[in-house]
Design a protein around this ligand. Sequence first.
Ligand code: NAD
Length: 451
Amino acid sequence: MERQVVQRAKEAFLSGRARGLEFRLQQLHALQSMITEKETEICTALKQDINRSQYDTPLLELIGIENEIKLAIEKIAEWTAPRPVEKNLLTISDEVYVQPEPLGVVLIIGAWNYPWALTLLPLIGAIAAGNAAVVKPSELSECSSLLLRALLPRYLDKDLYPVVMGGAAETQELLRLRFDHVFYTGSSAVGKLVMEAAARHLTPVTLELGGKSPCYIDKDCDIRVACRRITWGKFVNCGQTCIAPDYILCEPCIQSRVIECIRRTLLEFYGADPKCSADYSRIINQRHFTRIMSLMEGYTPVVGGQSDPSQCYIAPTVLKDVPPHSRLMQEEIFGPVLPIVTVSDMDDAINFINEREKPLALYIFCSNKKEAKRMIEETTSGGVTVNDVMMHYSLSSLPFGGVGQSGMGSYHGKHTFERLSHHRACMLRSLNMESVNLARYPPQDRRRARR
Ligand code: NAD
């Protein structure tokens, strides 16, 4: 079944129709129509999957998708045009340029936490770059994935951009087949399996993975505003966001104030009982619910801590004075639990970050720009935002991706186009002026004579 779908995508790609600029534009416009016309259905599917608020889906996924489609439509002529490069004396009369060209068939494997953005943003780039793409959404966000499978063929070329359903077994099956690029979003553990499978075919990969994104709060910043922004970023989507702040680093002298500000903000955002709030989501399934609950074992939460397994509900939770070597600080939390680890100062925070895997995102709350820049300079992460969380994700001109264990390769906007294109070196010479070439032809004697 998978084999036939991939074969059809390959044949459709070889037909050449995905390459035409008019065709790419038409497909992008169709995708745009899908998002506008089906917004309500898409929001309802996410409500069913994780109880996400109807307001959050446009804000967190759909507006970004629409903006990226608009950008691709506006820029496609510029992106696809040959790019002239510098020449040297030997090539002065040649035509020399870099031509972006499609790779072929791309496999897009998405995760469940933002099921539309994580499949469609790579797809926009794949279409813009003239590729075919097989889309494999996550089996965990079942309603969204079923809707994606129903909608995509109604709007896009069925053979070029098919949707394949399934979980680990079906994805492994797909990965046995040969693609021209695999674009994977999900956990680092599965990322390794994807890379291993792709290596058998020498297929390049983009891996958009996860990890623990630190959030440092400097004692001299506006803690109230910092905590509002952190509370939003940590608890939106019930903490199931790859770039959510995973934990807070701060000095012991501000820990109580940080806790108090988060508590107040939570009350303002979700009311006294977040379980009843229309704005508060749920954990995707029982397995993740149990995993997150087990991470909290042995702690007394200073905020939240309540749960209801029948609804996969975990209240927004804050834990204080978490030991740096606890299990909670080894694994990505990917849920609504926010540990605070105390450090003695910014240098201590920098060491803490550098002793661990390179994170996907780093957040620095600090009113001294020079110090914030020093922290950027002395650490590394996929991306970094100062005095806010997650906002670097929203700007298409910034490459989005990880480094080290948090991923390889980046995308968004033109970066997706570049990622899914081959940059072909093109040199067009003439058959004139043959005499200048004599220096490179044997025999040696003649070459020596010309020097
Ligand atoms: P998931 O369980 O939905 O898995 C992701 C994809 O991998 C799915 O399509 C799934 O079917 C497939 N898969 C699962 N097990 C597999 C296996 N054994 N072999 C082959 N394919 C398999 O999502 P997840 O992994 O739970 O997602 C959460 C992780 O993803 C977190 O670590 C999060 O940080 C990360 N993430 C990263 C980004 C990013 O942009 N960097 C975005 C979202 C999520």
